[in-house]
Design a protein around this ligand. Sequence first.
Ligand code: AR6
Length: 231
Amino acid sequence: DSSLEREEMPILPNAPQKEESKGKENAVQAIDNDVPTLAFPSISTADFQFNLQKASDIIVETVEEFMPKLGNARLVLVDLTHESKILSLVRAKAAKKSIDSSKFFTFAGNIIELFTKGGLKCNVIANAANWRLKPGGGGVNAAIFKAAGADLEKATYERAKSLVLGSAVVVPLPSTSLLYNREGITHVIHVLGPNMNPQRPNCLKNDYNKGCMILRQAYTSLFEGFLSLLK
Ligand code: AR6
């Protein structure tokens, strides 16, 4: 069941600690890492409280749909820990389908340090955003905006002031951003998924017909956004 999970250790057994070893380690990594890669969190399943079983079905189905369009690019579902429920659900479901595990896999790590801490280079990352596209809140949104600094906020504001439910917006990261320099991230794709949390705006009140439809749209819009960068 672990074939779809790229653990941190096998990819970069000896994380480069000394400056002189860095170039060498990274050069080896460059072979594996020289393909366009989208790292994305599980949209809506933490703060927005979306059902994990339903979300994992939607992730696997949407990924499967996009596989033929990917070329040499990769999709990686990310969560903070190896104990992540959504990662194991998705891994198990993806393994049952004939999804190429070199093109889609799960990865445990913080999305803002996948390269420096995990050795996995992702040139594009997705954000589980809020409709106002504002920094803060919690979860992955707070982490990404904090790590990217004011550069991302400005670049986002130039692209869009708000997000429609189930849609994504692609934001190029200025080369001055820490995430660009340190992690090699060139774009952030903000995605607004369905909200099932009554404490947050536009709660769907357990309407999973609508919720599933919106989550599917959100992933479709995210993957299309990523594909548009490959052209
Ligand atoms: N790296 C990787 N994955 C993460 C990280 C991280 N740094 N932080 C969280 N996750 P959430 P939502 C995982 O709550 O449910 C925000 O406040 C997390 O374990 O970030 O879509 C926004 O402003 C989970 O699997 O997003 C919105 O208002 C996934 O990322 C609202 O929360 C998504 O969790 C969006 O809620």
